[in-house]
Design a protein around this ligand. Structure first.
Ligand SMILES: *[C@@H]1O[C@H](CO)[C@@H](O)[C@H](O)[C@H]1NC(C)=O
Ligand SMILES: *[C@@H]1O[C@H](CO)[C@@H](O)[C@H](O)[C@H]1NC(C)=O
Ligand SMILES: *[C@@H]1O[C@H](CO)[C@@H](O)[C@H](O)[C@H]1NC(C)=O
Ligand SMILES: *[C@@H]1O[C@H](CO)[C@@H](O)[C@H](O)[C@H]1NC(C)=O
Ligand SMILES: *[C@@H]1O[C@H](CO)[C@@H](O)[C@H](O)[C@H]1NC(C)=O
Length: 341
């Protein structure tokens, strides 16, 4: 009896300090995803130069990241003093075999292959070794926007027999693949409230990403449903994986980052997060395409200089650089176990 009373608080104390200790040790962040995370890999691929070993270009030559500036992982590295290994590619999906789009390196195969090139010696041999300390890095996975989006679920172009369950399973499988390579700390970012973007808004205006006729109100309502359902499935998968790993006793922890809730907060209280020289806006965007049928006109009428930080969105789909700085700040809290998201 006495023993039992003493033991419980001790166990709790030990557990808490273990989490604290773990977060303090993180020195590297490894990222997989799409244009919401990519710095310049998609530019490099489009330019005919396929990124190889050690490629970590932050500033795309003569260009910007898909957020109109520098992408959030760079800020995360700055704020947290982390070394950033960003393998995300704009236009990527979780698994090209499930939801093919541009066939860019995906989160399940091509992107972790780059991680193998950079961090594993003797890959595929009995001497295979991970050169990073598993306690010192966290893997962040943020995917789903293209899987749910144009030419996939929202336009009913997904393969026959494919459901959101397959997309959620793919995210969990990509965690398992990295686990098998030795990674032990994971964060999966949920899909953002895509119905709040212009692309999936309740409007049928022609858009640079979809100039053809479309049923705006229909997309709006369906995207809300798709995103919330996928996020719930991923969350359940994470819970299952943590239980499995606890039972197995070989370490490993996946956290769910509620990007959805965080973006709702930015959307509902823009004045707290957007500090450009124009009034803060979570509905407008900076980068304009006056003729949705001809991208050559894109950039005419853009906001300029410090006006950029007034907007939550860079264009009809992508978050802005200032949204990225806010995300980086919150992700730093998340890694340190202090985020409410
Ligand atoms: C494209 O490649 C050329 C050289 O092959 C390089 O000079 C240029 O900076 C690259 N542009 C981008 C956007 O990667
Ligand atoms: C930043 O990280 C590097 C490498 O891990 C370390 O040597 C340095 O002391 C850190 N700087 C600060 C201010 O924590
Ligand atoms: C690593 O080894 C596996 C198994 O031999 C192989 O399938 C894979 O292509 C290799 N990956 C890289 C990036 O070389
Ligand atoms: C969408 O717009 C229509 C009018 O075009 C309006 O009747 C409807 O209430 C709107 N729905 C939402 C969810 O805002
Ligand atoms: C807005 O705040 C960020 C820090 O979150 C800062 O880096 C940026 O320079 C600020 N923008 C302007 C226009 O002052």
């Amino acid at each position: 009896m006495l023993n039992w009373h003493i033991r419980v608080p001790l166990l709790i104390l030990t557990a808490l300090s273990a989490v604290e200790a773990a977060s303090k040790k993180i020195k590297h962040v490894v990222l997989f995803g799409d244009s919401f995370t990519d710095q310049s890999r998609s530019h490099s691929i489009a330019n005919g130069t396929f990124p190889g070993k050690g490629y970590q270009e932050v500033f795309p030559p003569d260009d910007v990241a898909p957020d109109g500036g520098v992408q959030w992982p760079w800020y995360l590295g700055l704020y947290g003093n982390y070394t950033i290994w960003n393998y995300a590619v704009g236009g990527a999906v979780c698994n090209n075999d499930l939801t093919p789009l541009f066939d860019y390196p995906d989160v399940l195969h091509g992107q972790p292959d780059w991680f193998v090139l950079d961090h594993i010696t003797g890959n595929g041999t009995s001497h295979q070794r991970l050169r990073l300390n598993p306690d010192e890095f966290v893997v962040v996975i943020w995917i789903g926007t293209n899987d749910l989006g144009l030419n996939n679920f929202i336009t009913d172009d997904q393969k026959p027999g494919l459901s959101l369950v397959d997309l959620a399973t793919c995210q969990i499988d990509s965690v398992k693949r990295m686990y098998s390579l030795g990674a032990r700390n994971f964060i999966i970012n949920s899909v953002i409230p895509l119905h709040l973007t212009k692309l999936y808004s309740n409007s049928s205006d022609p858009l640079i990403y979809w100039p053809e006729v479309h049923d705006g109100p229909g997309w709006h309502i369906r995207m809300f449903n798709l995103v919330n359902s996928l996020n719930a499935l991923v969350k359940a998968g994470i819970k299952g994986l943590n239980e499995e790993w606890t039972k197995a006793g070989r370490g490993g922890r996946v956290e769910y980052f509620n990007t959805y809730g965080f973006f709702e907060e930015l959307y509902n209280h823009p004045e707290l997060y957007f500090n450009g020289t124009l009034p803060a806006s979570s509905t407008e965007w900076c980068h304009k395409c006056p003729d949705p049928f001809d991208w050559h006109f894109c950039g005419i009428g853009d906001c300029v200089g410090d006006e950029r930080d007034s907007y939550m969105w860079w264009d009809e789909l992508h978050p802005s650089e200032q949204t990225g700085r806010n995300l980086a700040k919150e992700m730093l809290k998340k890694i340190n176990g202090r985020s409410i998201y």
